[in-house]
Design a protein around this ligand. Sequence first.
Ligand SMILES: [Zn+2]
Ligand SMILES: [Zn+2]
Length: 279
Amino acid sequence: MKKSVMSIAFLVANVMLLLSACSSESSLLPSTTSSLPTTNTTTSSTGTSGSSSTTTTTANAITTLEIFKKVYGATEVYIEGNYAIIKANGLPDHKSPYYKDTQWATAKYEAYNGTNTKFALNPNRIVSQSYVFKIPINPAKASNSSATPAGPIGISLNGVPFYNQYAAMNAPLTNEVNGFDQYKGHPQQQGQYHYHVEPTYLTDQKGKDALLGFLLDGFPVYGPLEKGKTITNSDLDGYHGHSHATTEYPNGIYHYHITDADPYINGNGFYGTAGTVSK
Ligand SMILES: [Zn+2]
Ligand SMILES: [Zn+2]
């Protein structure tokens, strides 16, 4: 019901419908909604201004648009109705042996220099993509959680997608890890470079406790460290997250943490209702 109201509002971009969707949404969504900073930002529609009456503007709180703009690798980030639209080409901004023989090789090829003695370069090479991630800006717990799909399940700050804890055919990553480069990513058959585990280039740059990206349900993904403590799977629920205040969400938010053991980023599917990604 709520979803159909939202999609109709989105499609016709009618201000009145958007306003009614916003007001019905605020009564339906759990308290996590109020944890988001105000969405009273520059948007492509006037709809979100309707929600400003339900949120309090905090001088220091960063806006929803600013949060999603932390995906610095995106080619475009904007708010459209109840979604953040994030476009990206998925090319890692760090070097990789998987840039070998590509048009970017001169600047970005780097032979494997990691520590895995079983490393074996897979036959795929990095290819530029045309991702469009459509991520809810008011993430909410799903009444029926859905499993994460094969392919992108979220986007990291540099525009490289997160994948789930499985190789093709839901096989564990046992063999696939030997294809991970020194930055812990690798490309699949269509050249989509991706991370199943901690993106170490990002945690080196931003810190192991930093915001690292978002899953498709709109909930943020943080690194393996929190308040000086390394998070393990036992600190997290079945979806691989928990709720409390973070730097970007001072009023508290459900968030995923990346750990060093399977399932690494996400457990039993999305905690919230997932948006979409097109390629
Ligand atoms: Zn993979
Ligand atoms: Zn946490």
